[in-house]
Design a protein around this ligand. Structure first.
Ligand code: AMP
Length: 387
């Protein structure tokens, strides 16, 4: 059991460094387009603030190469000011004497938001000098940045090794949800996989053999599996190096009595023309599951006790190819099964389609949730002390 913030006793008056994932989308005016990542961090921030400590919050935002005024964490600090009036201050630096001055001026119960960690290239390199500076700000370190927990960066890995530490409520919840879903699934357990990165997804499917009852495969990754079954895929996206691996997975799944359903019809491009077809000719590119497949998948989803979904069923960003993802999202939203959606694109699809409130757990971390689904541990969690 990893130590959580509930296990940190008598931290009132301490300086606590909290790593959050405030990687929110901003428009060109710096307005936050979706504050979900801030809102999901609030329980941890509120709890630590109630302990009357001096709370120093750090996060990354985007992928800046050095300082970039469009990726400042200032708008995030302003957003937090609404929830913690008269308590939040923004420090325009990540390290150096300015940060030290702001920290010296803090009173118990104050919250300081540091500038974007990634303005300093040493963050992603887990550079010891950067780790040392971050660690010097605090007595205790708390990690609640699930979105980067699969990475070994200075602010979520290096600094945890230097200080008494704990995970926050968000990471705790994400870990619990995935652990329960994979170790003690509600049956029938239906897994839905889509998207285009076949290599990553193969690991998910491998880990789910013996756990799930049914796996529905759509999206770009389906074509590697269809080819493995000897079915024509035209010019659809495929990873030829992984066809044998896909064949083995299909055979292992069969031996484990796991039902695997692949698309039986497609929405494809033939030149410039969109066609609906059961068979892909040599000049066709499959870009969405067809109606029959969507119906077949929906029937399986209806029977589920638990659903785990990762990856869109088609190229859903293009409205001509979004129907499959929409139908599956609708079916998952309607279902009374316990539902988990993980992976940046599938969560994005659920949000754009407006079904977020119908899903039991929308994971806040794409890469990190994938690792948990693969049955792997997360380095930034591993480094936290156990009880
Ligand atoms: P992933 O990151 O692996 O979940 O992949 C997500 C991406 O897969 C999205 O950008 C989709 O547009 C893309 N995608 C889904 N289905 C297809 C397809 N049939 N052909 C090409 N790209 C696809």
């Amino acid at each position: 059991m990893k130590r959580t913030i509930r296990d940190l006793k008598n931290i009132g008056g301490n300086k606590v460094l909290l790593r959050c994932d405030f990687n929110v989308p901003l428009d060109k005016y710096g307005d936050i387009l979706d504050a979900t990542r801030i809102l999901t961090s609030l329980p941890t921030i509120r709890y630590l603030n109630e302990q009357n400590c001096k709370l120093i919050i750090c996060s990354h935002l985007g992928r800046p190469k050095g300082y970039d005024k469009y990726l400042s964490l200032f708008p995030v600090a302003v957003c937090l000011m609404k929830y913690f009036p008269n308590k939040v201050r923004f420090c325009p630096k990540v390290t150096g004497p300015v940060v030290e001055k702001y920290i010296d001026e803090m009173k118990n119960g104050d919250i300081l938001v540091l500038e974007n960690l990634r303005f300093d290239p040493r963050e992603e390199e887990n550079d010891p000098s950067f780790v040392k500076e971050l660690a010097s700000y605090c007595d205790v370190y708390v990690d609640d940045a699930f979105g980067v927990a699969h990475r070994k960066h200075a602010s979520n890995y290096g600094v945890a090794l230097k200080k008494p530490n704990a995970i926050g409520f968000l990471i705790e919840k994400e870990l619990k949800v995935f652990e329960k879903a994979f170790q003690n699934p509600k049956k029938p357990f239906v897994a839905i996989f889509g998207g285009a990165k076949v290599k990553d997804k193969l690991l998910l499917i491998k880990n789910i053999i013996g756990k799930a009852d049914t796996v529905l495969i759509g999206g770009g990754m389906a074509y590697t599996f269809l080819l493995a079954e000897g079915i024509n895929i035209g010019k659809s996206i495929v990873d030829l190096d992984l066809v044998d691996e896909a064949k083995k997975i299909l055979s292992d799944a069969k031996n484990a009595n796991m039902k695997v359903l692949l698309p039986v019809d497609h929405v494809a491009l033939k030149g410039e023309k969109v066609v609906k077809t059961n068979f892909l000719d040599a000049d066709m590119v499959g870009l969405d599951i067809g109606k029959k497949t969507a119906k077949m998948f929906t029937e399986e989803i209806k029977k589920a006790g638990q659903i785990v979904w990762n990856g869109p069923l088609g190229k859903y960003e293009d409205k001509r190819f979004k129907n499959g993802t929409l139908q599956v999202a609708k079916a998952v939203a309607k279902s009374s099964a316990y539902s988990i959606v993980g992976g940046g694109d599938s969560v994005g699809a659920i949000n754009t389609l407006g079904f977020a409130d119908k899903i039991d757990h929308l994971s806040t971390g794409g890469g990190a949730s994938m690792k948990l689904m693969e049955g792997k541990t997360l380095p930034a969690v591993e480094v936290i002390d156990t009880l």
